[in-house]
Ligand binder design. Structure first.
Ligand code: FES
Length: 129
């Protein structure tokens, strides 16, 4: 009986340790990550970069740059393979459409892709991620 109690206590303490670890004790601080030379960005072209290994689209439109996740909010297909028309990128898998300026899914704006801050320094594009 006491062995069972000991195993249950051990299980409970391991769960709470995991909750402490993942539940807010560790803080993730985003940082600026170099992605691409600014002169490599083509206007109206979907540029794929991988800051910290994450797939991010850099899209230059009318001289402005937008940084948005390449992972579709539906089933995670790569939006990099989608089609871009004006400010809308369409997922190649099931045609969900997102506004690259806000990350919003056009049919339900509460669903959003992550959008990232970016900056240019010495001709290099950095993304905060
Ligand atoms: S995975 Fe993008 S629309 Fe389904």
């Amino acid at each position: 009986m006491s062995e069972i109690k000991w195993k249950i206590n051990r299980l409970i303490s391991s769960v709470s340790l995991e909750q402490e670890y993942w539940g807010g004790k560790m803080k993730y601080e985003p940082s600026w990550v170099f992605t691409i030379e600014e002169n490599e960005l083509q206007e109206n072209h979907v540029n794929m970069v991988f800051p910290k290994g994450l797939p991010v689209l850099l899209i230059k439109k009318a001289g402005k740059i937008y940084a948005v996740s390449s992972k579709c909010a539906h089933m995670a297909c790569a939006l990099a393979g989608g089609t871009l028309k004006d400010y809308i990128i369409k997922c190649p898998c099931h045609d969900w459409r997102f506004d690259i300026r806000t990350g919003e899914f056009l049919d339900a704006r509460e669903i959003k892709l992550p959008v990232y801050e970016w900056k240019s320094s010495d001709g290099k594009i950095f993304v905060k991620i």
